[in-house]
Design a protein around this ligand. Structure first.
Ligand code: SF4
Ligand code: FES
Length: 229
């Protein structure tokens, strides 16, 4: 157990245990730092960069930074908010995201962040990549069109033998995250559901289960992302 330290976010005095992940420490002090590839309980990766903050005049990712005594953090600045909006726009233009037909609509973190940053259209050229849907698994479907390659599934979903049921496939710009044939064999309904839940977008879906929460009662319908610390 670390000792408590005092630090500052946008001038506000904050307290957390020494060594706490900055994203978590901010949350404990009622300050929202947006995240996408980060997920509570699994090791941070620093992959998406949306949690970029300035710590002691240096740009860092808040999910991979730990708090220490007297650090000075800038989080809510026009430059950082502009950068974060660009990250959302880049992700939207890199894949194929058709929110109205997606089962994760209303609970999708990328969609919720797009609303937060008032993205109406991406400032980057849309790439419209050709990507397939993986539907061979009896319980899961993997839609590569929507995958933002955050790797939350690889890091967080393991079978009873502690092997990840998702794995990298292909290479270079064609790299994709697949369902591993052997590791995913015979997975429980609970693990299938957890796989769907850990994905921030609609890239992992549980079969024979969809659209079961009506519009108006979905996670972000009444509580925009970042408002429910
Ligand atoms: S399938 Fe979902 S959780 Fe896995 S890398 Fe893609 S977006 Fe992330
Ligand atoms: S949430 Fe920190 S880099 Fe993705």
């Amino acid at each position: 157990m670390g000792t408590f330290v005092k630090f500052y976010i946008d001038g506000k005095e904050c307290i957390a245990r020494h060594g706490t992940q900055l994203v978590k420490a901010a949350c404990e002090n009622n300050i929202y730092i947006p995240t996408l590839c980060n997920y509570p309980g699994i090791p941070p990766k620093g992959a998406c960069r949306i949690c970029a903050v300035i710590v002691n005049d240096k740009a860092v990712t808040a999910c991979t930074t730990k708090v220490s005594e007297s650090i000075v953090v800038h989080n809510n600045t026009p430059e950082l908010e502009k950068f974060r909006k660009s990250v959302v726009e880049m992700l939207l233009s890199e894949g194929n995201h058709f929110c109205p037909s997606c089962e994760k609509s209303g609970t999708c973190e990328l969609q919720a962040l797009a609303y937060r940053y008032r993205v109406t259209v991406s400032g980057f050229p849309y790439m419209f990549p050709f990507r397939e849907i993986e539907a061979w698994h009896p319980k899961l479907m993997k839609d590569h069109n929507r995958c933002i390659q955050c790797k939350r599934c690889i890091r967080g979903i393991k079978n009873d033998q502690r092997k990840s049921i998702f794995a990298f496939g292909k290479r270079g710009t064609h790299v994709e995250i697949n369902i591993d044939h052997d590791a995913s064999e015979g997975i429980s309904d609970e693990l299938a559901q957890r796989s769907m839940d850990i994905c921030p977008v609609g890239a992992i879906l549980r079969k024979r289960k969809g659209f079961d929460v009506p519009i108006g009662r979905r996670k972000y319908d009444n509580k925009p992302i970042g408002s429910d610390l």
